[in-house]
Design a binder for this molecule. Structure first.
Ligand code: ADP
Length: 184
């Protein structure tokens, strides 16, 4: 049951939650949970560079870096997605260092960049909730609220898909989406 895909429509966009590996996505762009040096690493970042090939890293080196809470776009290299948007989420310390605003901004900037490029579909991982230690429950509220607010105001992006790696993350995101969309 927990693996069942969830789809909801917000304004012109379908927001969905699926369980899987983001490197397999065929949408216009996939988002990478990058670090501010754009240096690659473990987790989803490592998986994207491994599957996408060296062209992505070449472009990252040229760009040079990205501030926490911001995002940059590169080719999708060998991936099925045309582009990779590298978003830098915050390292979670104690929740009192502006982590919530920085996480929201990482999602928002990714959506803005996609929209400005004329992209229509985008897939996100759960930014900051792996090595960066953001509690998944809180992070899911920020992620989904930011995306819902964006979809209410923007009609360019038609598909926003969260690709969740673990069963537990899928369950948490589902519960949060349910709460956010039934309370309103
Ligand atoms: P961060 O450093 O931002 O915390 P991580 O890559 O460590 O980034 O983790 C972010 C999330 O990405 C975690 O929930 C992790 O389970 C998930 N993840 C790891 N590999 C993949 C993948 N191939 N596809 C989708 N999500 C992934």
């Amino acid at each position: 049951m927990v693996d069942t895909t969830v789809d909801i429509t917000i304004n012109k966009a379908v927001v969905s939650l699926v369980r899987g590996d983001i490197t397999n996505e065929t949408l216009d762009a996939i988002v990478n949970a990058a670090n501010s040096r754009l240096a690659g690493g473990g987790g989803v970042d490592g998986a994207i560079h491994k599957a996408g090939g060296s062209l992505i890293m070449e472009e990252c080196r040229k760009i040079g870096g990205c501030k926490t809470g911001d995002a940059v776009i590169t080719t999708g290299g060998n991936l099925k997605a045309k582009f990779v948007i590298h978003a830098v989420g915050p390292v979670y310390r104690d929740g009192k260092h502006g982590e919530d605003k920085l996480l929201a901004s990482a999602y928002k900037r990714s959506l803005e960049i996609a929209s400005a490029r004329g992209l229509r579909s985008i897939a996100f991982p759960s930014i900051s909730t792996g090595a960066y230690g953001y509690p998944v429950d809180e992070a899911s509220q920020i992620a989904l609220k930011t995306i819902i607010d964006f979809a209410k105001a923007n009609t360019d992006i038609k598909i926003v898909r969260f690709v969740l790696f673990s069963e537990r993350d899928m369950e948490v995101y589902k519960n949060t989406l349910y709460k956010l969309t039934t309370v309103e």
